[in-house]
Design a protein around this ligand. Structure first.
Ligand SMILES: Cc1cc2nc3c(=O)[nH]c(=O)nc-3n(C[C@H](O)[C@H](O)[C@H](O)COP(=O)(O)OP(=O)(O)OC[C@H]3O[C@@H](n4cnc5c(N)ncnc54)[C@H](O)[C@@H]3O)c2cc1C
Ligand code: FES
Length: 292
């Protein structure tokens, strides 16, 4: 026990932000050839609470740590859920974990998508979600919340997803579920296969006939940075205010706490001021500068 004031006993915080909490993999599901979803239970029994869009630093023991968004929905009881794309040492070790293995988790960190809580006022605006590939992971919980909010009076929900090939579309069961629950769900692939009868083309090609009201909507984007820049530009061309466009940005994350500076973008530290940031103004300028 530590004492903040003489004579007043306070509980030592049970979790330190730099100390990973051991979690056991309780379920594992392959989503695509290179994406795996893991469900995790903390060994200390204390499940963490988070907001949709936040991330954890997830560690493969003896290999290293990577920033991974929570792909579950806040407020839904059950194990912590992360979906990982196998791109390097840490993500490969996580993707090859088996049920029963231990991994480390510290967090949650960063900003969220700002979806109104159920006890708030219904938000009448349309919400347009645009995701590329594994970019759907940090949006998945937000979509669950938005689809639920629609049922109690909030605006329409449009889920537009793109992938390089049909086999790389993630969470296809969720796409069907959201459509059944009233969302407009459209998907497209860059390269079709003989079995694919859907749309072919970049995700931006879905915007113009999706049916949302550009003058009364907000947009949430996550995917490769170039995709988000082109999508933000296309939304602006359709009349969506860039101040109502939100993007989730990836940078090299180390501490997750705004201490080390690895995740800097101009004046922003994206582990603290992001990953979810408003696109308009400064962020648009910074992202467009990088491409010059
Ligand atoms: C906020 C946030 C949320 C994220 N959420 C998710 C998520 O939900 N799921 C997910 O799968 N990923 C997510 N990521 C991405 C993930 O953190 C990175 O892919 C991470 O780098 C993986 O670590 P790694 O050791 O497996 O790969 P790394 O070794 O870090 O390699 C990652 C990629 O970068 C390339 N690379 C590595 N080093 C260099 C270099 N020196 N120069 C150029 N390219 C290089 C690799 O070729 C590879 O394509 C998120 C990132 C952030 C910041
Ligand atoms: S990761 Fe260290 S400051 Fe952001």
């Amino acid at each position: 026990m530590a004492s903040a004031k003489p004579g007043v006993a306070t509980r030592e915080p049970s979790r330190q932000p730099l100390t990973p909490v051991l979690h056991r993999v309780v379920r594992r599901q392959r989503e695509t050839e290179d994406v795996v979803t893991l469900w995790l239970e903390p060994l200390d029994g204390e499940r963490l609470t988070f907001r949709a869009g936040q991330f954890n630093m997830v560690s493969a023991l003896g290999v290293g740590e990577a920033a991974i968004s929570v792909s579950g929905a806040p407020g839904v009881a059950g194990p912590l859920r992360h979906s990982v794309r196998d791109v390097g040492a840490v993500s490969h070790a996580l993707c090859t974990c088996e049920v029963g293995d231990l991994i480390g988790v510290r967090g949650p960190f960063g900003t969220d998508w700002g979806i109104a809580a159920r006890d708030g006022e219904p938000d009448p605006r349309d919400t347009v979600i645009v995701a590329g590939g594994i970019g759907l992971a940090p949006l998945r919980g937000a979509i669950d919340e938005l689809v639920a909010a629609r049922a109690w009076g909030s605006g329409r929900v449009f889920v537009l997803v793109g992938a390089r090939e049909p086999a790389q579309l993630v969470f296809t069961d969720d796409l069907e579920r959201w459509e059944r629950d009233g969302a407009v769900v459209l998907s497209t692939v860059d390269r079709a296969t003989p079995q694919w009868h859907g749309r072919v083309g970049l995700v931006t090609t879905l915007l113009s006939d999706a049916g949302f009201d550009p003058a009364n909507c907000r947009a949430l984007l996550c995917g490769p940075e170039i995709m988000m820049r082109f999508t933000a530009r296309a939304l602006s061309d359709l009349g969506v205010d860039p101040e109502r466009v939100w993007v989730s940005l990836e940078r090299n994350m180390q501490c997750g706490l705004g201490w080390c500076g690895h995740c800097q973008l101009g004046p922003l530290l994206l582990c603290r001021d992001g990953p979810v940031v408003r696109y308009g103004g400064l962020v648009a300028e910074l992202l467009n500068q990088r491409e010059r």
